[in-house]
Write a protein that binds this ligand. Structure first.
Ligand code: UT7
Length: 325
């Protein structure tokens, strides 16, 4: 028995904001952003579009490709840091209604930019338990709505988008999700936090202003490079596969320099890592499924390929999974 990814679907908002356009509003330059992050543009959700709209579009595309009807789903798991509503209802329930998948279980997972990998393990575990055959796992974000556009150190980094995966339990063994490692270090919670600005400076009760992203860039950078390096070493050590057998490493798309530093430490060529932050910037929980969807469309993922997904983010959280496509 295996739990496999049957197909991916992606939603990229039409509105594209280049670094040059951003530089006309904020004290930054295309050269600084590219050289420090590898980011060239980001896409921005249309006014009025909710995270669930992006997620539902990606979900419909993935279901159509997989040939699975919404009524055949047993679970919908949405990873997001930017849900439609704070607390409840879950974005997954709203997606369920929008795609017409009535009756199946629906829940959100909150694990920052590692969210898609956490959601993947939750759904895999549910299907492996024997209860249900099909699950939809989605990473979806509207991060530009919680971006502090006065903070040039963070506003250049983020974008909106969604990626969805259709998972199925099949009889054949040795395919799909082969090995997971997930973890967290809550001691770093304040290094990347969505918070009302005033609360950063005082312990006064919250004031009714919109929360924005606040980040200790250096701490997160160091955590990210270490996480990618250690996770790749650990998951290879815990698997029966060598690093040479892994066809692609798909990292969370936060910053090309983070990936390059990890590749150097591991003695791996950069070409083994798939990167697309140049076009989409950091879309948090959506970044890995968007990358997988794009790779699938380009014909880069063939049946039998070993692919490693590796992520890190707010929490601080980290995770990796080896998948046989
Ligand atoms: O999904 C996980 C989320 N986050 C991450 O993975 C981000 C991890 N951190 C990073 O990627 C990097 O720390 C950043 C890209 C955020 C920052 O890069 P850095 O090389 O660590 O820059 P820095 O913060 O050390 O800043 C260097 C200089 C500073 O100027 P001074 O003090 O040297 O005069 C900043 O004020 O660059 C300045 N700066 C900028 N200049 C132009 C910071 N942001 C900008 C900007 N444009 N957008």
């Amino acid at each position: 028995m295996s739990v496999v990814i049957r197909a991916m679907g992606v939603h990229i908002p039409e509105r594209r904001m280049t670094n040059d356009e951003l530089a006309s509003r904020v004290d930054t330059t295309d050269e600084w952003i590219r050289s420090h992050t590898g980011i060239g543009a980001r896409h921005i959700a249309a006014d009025g579009a909710q995270t669930s709209d992006l997620a539902a579009d990606a979900a419909r595309k993935a279901l159509a490709k997989a040939g699975v009807g919404p009524h055949e789903l047993d679970y919908i798991v949405v990873a997001t840091a930017t849900p439609d509503y704070l607390g409840f209802p879950s974005t997954a329930c709203i997606v369920q209604d929008k795609i017409g998948a009535h009756g199946c279980a629906a829940l959100d997972v909150v694990a920052g930019c590692t969210g898609f990998l956490y959601a993947l393990q939750v759904a895999t575990g549910l299907l492996e338990s024997g209860q249900g055959r099909n699950a939809l796992v989605i990473g979806a974000e509207t991060l530009t709505r919680v971006t502090d556009w006065n903070d040039r150190a963070t506003c250049v980094l983020f974008g909106d988008g969604a990626g969805a995966a259709v998972l199925s339990r099949i009889q054949e063994g040795g395919r799909g999700m082969l090995k997971f490692i997930l973890g967290a270090d809550g001691g770093g919670a304040k290094d990347l936090i969505l918070v009302q600005p005033e609360r950063l400076k005082t312990f006064e009760p919250p004031v009714p202003t919109a929360p924005v992203i606040s980040m200790n860039g250096k701490n997160v950078y160091n955590f990210a490079v270490k996480s990618i390096t250690v996770l790749i070493e650990r998951i290879v050590h815990a698997s029966i596969y060598s690093l040479d057998e892994i066809r692609w490493i798909v990292p969370h798309q936060a910053n090309a320099r983070i990936v390059q530093a990890a590749a150097k430490r591991l003695g791996l060529p950069e070409e083994r890592f798939y990167m697309n932050m140049d076009e989409y910037a950091n879309t948090s929980a959506a970044s890995i499924p968007i990358a997988l969807g794009e790779m699938e469309d380009k014909g880069l993922l063939n049946k039998g390929d070993l692919v490693m997904l590796v992520g890190f983010g707010a929490g601080l959280t980290y995770g990796a999974v080896v998948v046989r496509w």
